[in-house]
Design a protein around this ligand. Structure first.
Ligand code: SAM
Length: 199
């Protein structure tokens, strides 16, 4: 199955993300960046074009490593001076260790049960796991045209992603990690929810 065009091209990706998030586009990155102290090491899973690094974390002296299935994103990250690895999160391989292990807008790729991914993140993290996940997006839109675009453009090469989280289903998923949840909050004008878990 061919990889979505949007996941191959940084400019197209950013145009779609800006369309989806509107004036909250930068807020989603700022909320995650604010959870990471300067000087920490960070492992960013499903990093995409690594906008979090190039626009935010790079200024905070973060030791950053981004992992993504799509080599185009990783090549660009490397060119931008970051450390990147092509990596399939569906493999069982142990993740590189880091102080903070994070994933933004990607947990839905591992539905119906992303717990194996979160468990691997907890094993790799020395301090905290940070997950920010969309709870309202185009792929679940009642508008069938928008829903089709949202699903098609977020196919990473592993099949269209018809299933997403709502706030309720995300809360239900994280209930199993209740003892580790340090905080959770809705960010980016209600478009994503951020969870911070102790490692
Ligand atoms: C919606 S983008 C999020 C990118 C970035 N985290 C952000 O918030 O801007 C989802 C990313 O997950 C990646 N991805 C999807 N399935 C993956 C897998 N099995 N292993 C690694 N990366 C994957 C895609 O290539 C894409 O870059």
């Amino acid at each position: 199955m061919s990889t979505s065009l949007i996941y191959r091209n940084r400019t197209l990706y950013e145009v779609l993300m800006r369309g989806l998030y509107g004036r909250y586009y930068t807020a989603r990155y700022r909320a995650v960046a604010a959870a990471i102290p300067a000087g920490a090491s960070v492992l960013d899973l499903c990093c995409g074009p690594a906008t979090l690094y190039t626009r935010y974390l790079r200024q905070q002296s973060i030791d950053y490593t981004g992992l993504d299935l799509n080599d185009g994103f990783i090549t660009e990250l490397t060119k931008a001076g970051g450390r990147g690895l092509v990596w399939d999160m569906n493999s069982d391989a142990a993740l590189p260790a880091a102080d903070y292990v994070l994933m933004q807008a990607s947990l839905y790729h591992f539905l119906p049960d992303p717990s194996a991914v979160v468990d691997r993140m907890l094993t790799a993290a020395r301090d905290q796991v940070i997950i920010a996940e969309p709870i309202r997006n185009l792929a679940t839109s009642d508008n069938r045209v928008l829903a089709a675009i949202g699903q098609r453009f977020t196919n990473a090469g592993t099949g269209a992603q018809a299933h997403r989280f709502t706030e309720d289903s995300l809360d239900e998923f994280f209930a199993r990690y209740a003892e580790r949840v340090v905080r959770s909050e809705v960010i980016a004008g209600g478009r994503e929810k951020l969870y911070v878990l102790s490692a």
